[in-house]
Design a protein around this ligand. Sequence first.
Ligand code: ATP
Ligand code: MG
Length: 392
Amino acid sequence: MNEVILCKYGEIILKGQNKGWFESILIRDMRQRMKRFGEFEVRYAQSIVYIEPLNEDCDIDAAYEEAKRAFGFAAISRAAVVAKDINAICDCAKEYLPQYLFGKKTFKVEGKRSDKRFPLTSPQIGAEVGGAILEAMGGRIKVDVNNPEITVRVEIRDQKAYVHAGSVKGAGGMPIGTNGKGLLLLSGGIDSPVAGYLIAKRGVIIEALHFESFPYTSERAREKVLSLAEIVAGHTGRMKVHIISLTHIQEELVKHCEEDYFTLLLRRFMMKLACMVAKKRDCEALITGESLGQVASQTMRALTVTDIVTDRPVFRPCIGMDKEDIVSIARKIDTFETSILPYEDCCTVFTPKHPRTRPELYKVEAQEEKLDVDALIEEAFETLVTHEIRIY
Ligand code: ATP
Ligand code: MG
């Protein structure tokens, strides 16, 4: 029996004249994604992407898992493909569906006839296939049209009929590459990988920038960040990871500035350097993982003092989330277990005992005047190295 994967568009459906452009990017992304799992035909019609294996070697289970991760879809299902003949459809339902229906108590069938030349109406299709299923299941399941445990769908489309046992939610969002490029400030923590994922999900290509402070931070801390980047890239396909050393900047801060201001001053250096990398790499926005009030550097005032040095928007998708919400997304996207590995971050190396929660800009600037900021920034920028992660 031939099986296909059907991916129903999410928000792209709402696009008017631009829909074709979104579709072409979506289909290119899906073809790339599927290449790893064998030879598939990937095409679209009527707001659905069809992924069809072309030979026995295709790994359709892996392809299905991948489709669930792809941005741009509201729902994903697996379906059997059959000729547009009601007897063939009923035979197919008897053979294909029991694997999904065993253990369930109630079901209903929804027929859908996109091809109006098909001789049976949608309710008639539902009734015929429902009867076939009852026969195949031998009393182990009942019909419940109001509140079924599982809904079987039979769709009569242009060329073929499709029989499927319900769908699962897709990843949602917009196809990667439809919304520009952003630079994610990626630490080894829980929040920034989630922030990167959420913005990527809106169709943004993500590059990452990580700051380290060797030897105060270790080689293993760097490896951890690269692993996190690789997990996020599993959702987005690829990611460049830029790494900059803040060692000298931090040493100068410790030498010349008041301890209470270390974190804020460091964050302003990070933002300035991030803008330079963003400019070089054509990233139109920065992305960070702050959540309002989570720590001293994430109060409204502290964020104002850091944002003032930037020359482009800073996206903070976690800003209104509780830690618990962020953790649940981190678990869903598989970054959580890596994020909680206990390696140091450059922000935690010289943490002040009493960080300012309501910093005043002029005081921060006065601290900064004790340093040769431009020279330090230029020197740090010279340390930039780039890793490239490519999943598909
Ligand atoms: P996270 O869990 O993302 O590390 P956090 O709650 O620990 O966040 P902070 O350490 O205050 O928060 O960092 C706030 C944001 O600044 C991070 O979400 C991240 O975007 C950025 N950031 C912090 N440290 C680094 C770093 N070493 N390299 C790059 N970006 C960083
Ligand atoms: Mg952190």
